[in-house]
Design a protein around this ligand. Structure first.
Ligand code: URA
Length: 239
């Protein structure tokens, strides 16, 4: 949320009063003087003070979900269960949404929050948030696949991707396993990349998104709140 909106919402004053406070250098964020109300601020991640007094506001929530296959990465859907349906009533907040999308048949790590601008920022190409996937395909992944992905895959429709890092875990004629790291988020990107190599993805699971990693002990369909260390990582996207 914008800092001026945040201050208004916390009852610090009217729009004009907040403007004056900012202008007269009465507002700090994490100890730094801030004069612009347009800066994005989050009282859950930062200490916001007015005249030396901390501003209190209900902090946004942040969940890390292990998405099951069959569930859509949307806020609502007439046909399918959504990732928001997996959040328990007590943890629901207005404005909850998933940061980015996984296909319905893809499993794995998805961040869910009600911090409005965060998702847009994390998905912005400027931040190059890497994503790591475990993949199974219906064919043989030869050693040349590593260079094929490193050089930047061209989809069958001509779209060129950024270089990706492929690690082949096992390879047999009709079944191979691999781990892939990509830095973009094109629609069906991983599936289309493997298709361009000549094999079909039969299983896909996201195991990392930037510095966020899916632990083996978080059951499919479950979620947890981000730790305070993880919340600190999010601060870089507010600058
Ligand atoms: N790439 C895909 O093809 N599907 C996903 O769900 C995520 C990345």
């Amino acid at each position: 949320m914008r800092l001026d909106k945040c201050l208004e919402k916390a009852g610090v004053g009217s729009r004009n009063q907040v403007k004056k406070l900012l202008k007269s250098q009465q507002v700090t964020v994490d100890g730094r003087l801030v004069r612009s109300g347009s800066q994005i601020a989050d009282p859950g991640l930062q200490v916001i003070e007015v005249c030396g007094k901390q501003v209190m506001l209900e902090a946004p929530v942040y969940y890390l979900l292990n998405k099951p296959a069959g569930v859509v990465s949307a806020v609502s859907d007439v046909q399918h269960q959504t990732v928001i349906d997996l959040i328990a009533e007590k943890d629901r907040r207005a404005g909850l949404y998933p940061i980015g999308r996984l296909d319905r048949d893809t499993e794995g790590l998805l961040l869910i929050t009600n911090n409005g601008p965060l998702g847009f920022r994390m998905l912005h190409p400027k931040y190059h948030v890497d994503k790591v996937y475990d993949v199974e395909v219906n064919g043989f992944l030869a050693e040349d696949a590593v260079a094929f992905f490193r050089e930047g895959v061209r989809f069958l429709d001509g779209t060129k991707c950024q270089p990706a890092v492929l690690e082949i875990v096992s390879a047999e004629e009709t079944f191979s396993r691999a781990r892939i790291r990509i830095s973009e988020g094109k629609f069906h990107q991983v599936k289309k990349m493997f298709l361009a190599y000549g094999v079909k993805v039969t299983y896909l699971k996201r195991i990392a998104f930037g510095d966020f990693v899916l632990e083996d002990d978080l059951p499919v369909g479950s979620y947890r709140t981000l730790t305070s260390t993880e919340k600190k990582i999010l601060k870089q996207y507010l600058d």
